[in-house]
Design a protein around this ligand. Structure first.
Ligand code: PEP
Length: 251
């Protein structure tokens, strides 16, 4: 009953020209797809190009980050209103690379989530434990805390605009995917925590994506798990053929 979402995070890859080349190759490959939502997150500079290129298709465009403030003296930041004007309908928030390399905390993630959904964007909020935390048996506790602290303070109607991506840091860009069992177990933790903060109805409707070295050959097994509602794909979303194959995981 939850509609699957396959989202691609391009990180700091692709110029505007490369973006157009991607869409030219990708769109014909997914023109008959209707079983899932497709989201692509290019870098800021290619957002409006991607919006134009995706026009008329089912692909929605996402930012990779957003500022929590509406406007002001925040050099380098981009607001919700600017993203909406560029044609974005989604934003990623709290990606582990931003948490690790740019000091993003749960508190910042929470402010961004509130600002994004309050301003009319859908937010893909990323959580996930480090390898050392998993090895120490703390994975569930870490992710529970990230959900509790990062997703507090949302109001009823906003909850349906939140998507959570479980991305174990040890699986991102490493080629080491979490097994479908590990991913499903962590997705259940996320859903349970969301039910505790809000309610069972919102938690049942919450779409929880898995991210971490998703490829065309491992997506079918992941998608068979009831609690896995889609994927956030990094490296394999850069290539039109591999991302199309992931989108068409049912074939
Ligand atoms: C990501 O960047 O969110 C990600 C999951 O990357 P990769 O698929 O390359 O592991």
């Amino acid at each position: 009953m939850r509609r699957p979402v396959i989202a691609g995070n391009w990180k700091m890859f692709k110029t505007r020209g490369e973006t157009s080349a991607f869409f030219e190759a990708f769109l014909p490959q997914i023109q008959n797809v209707s079983h899932c939502d497709i989201v692509i997150a290019p870098p800021f500079t290619a957002l409006s190009t991607a919006v134009d290129d995706a026009n008329g298709s089912i692909v929605k465009i996402s930012a990779q980050d957003v500022c929590w403030e509406k406007e002001g003296a925040f050099t380098g930041q981009i607001s919700v209103k600017m993203l909406r004007e560029a044609g974005c309908t989604y934003t990623i928030i709290g990606h582990s690379e931003r948490r690790q390399f740019l000091g993003e905390t749960d508190e910042v993630v929470q402010k961004k989530a509130v600002a994004a959904v309050g301003g009319g964007l859908k937010a893909i909020v990323c959580v996930g434990e480090l390898l050392a935390q998993r090895d120490a048996g703390q994975a569930s506790e870490v992710v529970r805390r990230q959900v509790e602290n990062g997703l507090r303070g949302l109001t009823g109607p906003d909850l349906s605009h939140i998507i959570v991506a479980y991305e174990p840091v040890w699986a991102i860009g490493t080629g080491r995917t979490a097994t479908p069992e590990i991913a499903a177990e962590m997705h259940a933790v996320i859903r349970k925590t969301f039910a505790e903060i809000y309610n069972e109805v919102a938690a049942d409707a919450l779409r929880v994506l898995y991210g971490g070295s998703v490829k065309p050959d491992n997506i079918p097994a992941l998608m068979k798990k009831e609690d896995i509602d889609g994927a956030l794909v990094g490296g394999a979303s850069l290539d039109p053929a591999s991302f199309a194959a992931i989108v068409k995981y049912q074939n």
